[in-house]
Design a protein around this ligand. Structure first.
Ligand code: SAH
Length: 265
């Protein structure tokens, strides 16, 4: 197994690259790929840059040039529903491109020639991600995020959600737009700009993937306020510890699997 870890923003990736054992850097297509071991897992870390094309290109390169077998995307997102709050975590079960509209030739949101509007993330990876997020909230959150920053962003008892994420080449910062999306896409939890592109690329290439997002804003008129401060002091800490917990959990599951196989069960 080789895990590709894609981050959208530099601040989220930095800690992971620093934690890598024996990393080496390869530059390709205007991106830097860091190859090494992360908590005993063979991994490649890369910044996708922002938007669907950037994310799809990065995904394809990870698979075709770096031979990754699984992909994990970590980033921030706007809340897609009133029940989701800043500081909460969303693990994607399915993803949709909310700017896809080839109607009347194809139904709204359907990606032409795939027959799909919603792309499912890998069930096993989503479970492992949810476990990792739970462990982060229980074991790491209190120490990992500075109390001053917790107060600034009113983070008290952040929660984990699992469900639908919608992506587009659009930063949503308008309450009416968000309400319309929420009405059109039942179960919507978060809006962002890359996840559904990774999902389509992985679907077409047959690669299991997972997407996890920390909620940075309410996708309304205040969305851009303190965005970078949140990314640096909160989301970067979430991303680091969740990926760490994910790798530790994955390693443990792999060891259990291997010992079962050697025991012939
Ligand atoms: N101000 C940043 C740009 C961030 S773009 C800069 O100068 O670098 C927003 C990034 O966060 C994208 O990667 C997107 O996936 C995610 N995101 C967070 N909130 C979002 C929202 N309300 N709408 C869409 N994407 C959002």
């Amino acid at each position: 197994m080789r895990l590709g870890i894609i981050s959208a923003l530099h601040e989220e990736q930095q800690g992971l690259v620093e934690a890598m054992e024996g990393p080496y850097k390869l530059t390709h297509g205007m991106r830097e790929y860091f190859v090494g071991r992360l908590w005993e897992i063979d991994a490649v870390c890369v910044l996708s840059r922002i938007g669907k094309v950037a994310a799809a290109l990065t995904t394809a390169t990870l698979v075709e040039k770096f031979g990754v077998t699984h992909i994990l995307f970590t980033g921030v997102a706007g809340a897609g529903d009133a029940s989701v709050r800043v500081g909460d975590i969303v693990v994607a079960e399915s993803l949709v491109q909310h700017d896809m509209d080839a109607s009347p030739l194809f139904p709204r949101y359907e990606v032409p020639l795939t027959g799909l509007t919603h792309f499912l993330s890998d069930h096993h990876m989503a479970l492992q991600l949810a476990d990792a997020a739970h462990r982060f909230l229980e074991d790491d959150f209190a120490l990992a995020v500075d109390p001053g920053e917790r107060a600034v962003f009113a983070l008290s008892g952040p929660r984990l959600h699992r469900g639908l994420i919608a992506s587009a080449d659009q930063f949503v910062s308008d309450k009416d737009r968000l309400d319309a999306l929420n009405g059109a896409l039942p179960g919507l939890l978060a809006v962002e700009m890359e996840g559904a592109a990774v999902a389509q690329a992985c679907f077409e290439l047959g690669i299991p993937f997972g997407v996890i997002r920390t909620i940075s804003d309410n996708a309304n008129e205040h969305a851009a306020t303190d965005f970078m401060r949140f990314v640096k002091s909160v989301a970067a800490r979430y991303a680091f510890h969740i990926v760490r917990q994910f790798c530790l959990g994955w390693q443990k599951a792999g060891v259990t699997q291997a010992s079962r196989e050697s025991a012939g069960t």
